[in-house]
Write a protein that binds this ligand. Structure first.
Ligand SMILES: [Zn+2]
Ligand SMILES: [Zn+2]
Length: 183
């Protein structure tokens, strides 16, 4: 969905959209497991520079939610992770800040991005916001045993045959009984 300057010049745009998995490109690491739900409002903010120059910024305020699938940091199994994020962004025309050290007051209060051409593609806004919300590390469960350092086997599915066997206490008990019988 393109949020167009031309339309914003007439009125703010309220949006409420669902994006199916695959529509927003989240890269190879992050898998989208449910629709991205988003709603919010886009508005035009006009900045006057001197008498003749007007800079048209696009302010977008909204929220998103979805469910992602991310690899467990220990065993690499896919883990479902619900995410939710509120955002307030200001998109300025590309080049508007060229050669200027300071941003205007309006720009300083929100996250600032840049747009080129007709306007801002909502899908691009969402991609960036979703990726910002991806946790650095997820684990499938508190006691995830991870992968065997020697052969790469998932140790949640059983211990590795190559590793030192951990003695089962029941065997230890049997050995003790046998020891007693033999004496
Ligand atoms: Zn795990
Ligand atoms: Zn192993």
């Amino acid at each position: 969905m393109l949020i167009e300057i031309k339309e914003l010049e007439r009125h703010p745009i309220d949006f409420a959209e669902d994006f199916a998995p695959g529509v927003i490109d989240l890269g190879a690491e992050v898998k989208q497991d449910s629709v991205v739900k988003t709603s919010g409002r886009a508005q035009l903010v006009e900045e006057h520079h001197g008498k003749h120059q007007i800079i048209q910024d696009i302010r977008i305020k909204g929220e998103l939610s979805t469910c992602l699938e991310l690899p467990c940091a220990r065993c690499l199994e896919q883990v479902k992770q619900d995410i939710q994020r509120n955002f307030e962004l200001l998109y300025r025309p590309l080049g508007a800040d060229a050669g200027r050290e300071e941003l205007s007051v309006t720009a300083a209060e929100a996250e600032v991005g840049y747009y080129q051409g007709e306007g801002v593609l909502l899908e691009d806004v969402l991609r960036e916001q979703i990726l910002l919300e991806v946790p650095l590390k997820v684990i499938c469960r508190e006691d995830c045993k991870g992968l065997c350092a020697h052969c790469g086997k998932n140790l949640n599915e059983g211990s590795c045959s190559g590793a030192e066997p951990i003695e089962d206490p029941r065997w230890a008990a049997l050995k003790e009984i046998r020891g007693k019988l033999e004496n």
